[in-house]
Design a protein around this ligand. Structure first.
Ligand SMILES: C[S@@+](CC[C@H](N)C(=O)[O-])C[C@H]1O[C@@H](n2cnc3c(N)ncnc32)[C@H](O)[C@@H]1O
Length: 211
């Protein structure tokens, strides 16, 4: 939606070889288990000859060249994210039913924030902050963020990550039941008083694979 192309990294090699992936319904579930860095293809290799990516994920194409493993220096802290997720009494497994996949490349989030034109003083409704990586970029841009997260573990994680700040309100709720009038409009009115600014909504759409 924001001009990012997507590469498809099928979840299960065998299944994906057998079954057709519909472009509009691709899988976006990213495992948080540590895995070894993948060697990047040689720059001398023409793009159409590069080996297919390993199975398991779908990523914005712009993330590929700036991934943490290539020294881009723009990654969300992968290991501290995993530690935080696992520190709440259970081993965190991303829930497919909630479209849980997490952005680990902070640079992509910065690009998303820039593409959305988020700037100082904006009030943003973020739906499903997950680990808070996009939230971090929104806050860094100077926005006030109202983040609505259905999963209580993720809501706790985001609260812990950013601590108490007037710039962020984390609400543990299903967005489909979220009452905009009582939760969001008062903050919007307070922050935008005397200005012509209005709210911006941020959501990373979940794209699912059909098997
Ligand atoms: C794709 S992940 C978010 C990724 C995150 N923005 C990031 O950059 O890492 C989607 C998030 O939306 C949450 N979610 C799914 N359904 C929801 C709902 N109905 N209301 C609120 N949050 C929801 C999930 O728990 C998950 O944390």
């Amino acid at each position: 939606a924001l001009g990012f192309g997507f590469e498809v990294f099928p979840l299960n090699k065998n299944k994906c070889e057998k079954k057709k992936i519909l472009p509009s319904k691709m899988l976006a579930l990213t495992s948080l288990s540590p895995r070894p860095a993948r060697p990047s293809p040689s720059p001398a290799t023409p793009p159409h000859r590069r080996p297919p990516p390993p199975c398991g994920r779908i990523r914005p194409t712009s993330a590929v060249s700036t991934a943490a493993s290539d020294g881009g220096g723009a990654a969300d802290d992968y290991h501290s994210t995993i530690r935080s997720l696992n520190s709440h009494g259970r081993r965190h497994v991303p829930r497919k039913s909630l479209g849980q996949n997490y952005m680990l490349n902070a640079r992509v989030n910065e690009e998303l924030v820039a593409a959305a034109g988020v700037e100082e003083g904006d009030v943003v409704l973020e739906i499903g902050p997950g680990t808070g990586s996009l939230t971090a970029a929104l806050l860094a841009a100077g926005a006030t963020v109202v983040a609505v997260e259905k999963d209580k573990h993720m809501a706790t994680l985001v609260r812990d990550r950013f601590g108490s700040t007037e710039q962020l309100k984390v609400i543990e709720e299903d967005i489909t039941k979220f009452h905009v009038h009582s939760h969001f409009l008062p903050i919007l009115e307070e922050k935008s008083r005397g200005t012509k600014k209005y709210a911006k909504g941020c959501v990373k759409l979940t794209i699912q694979c059909q098997h």
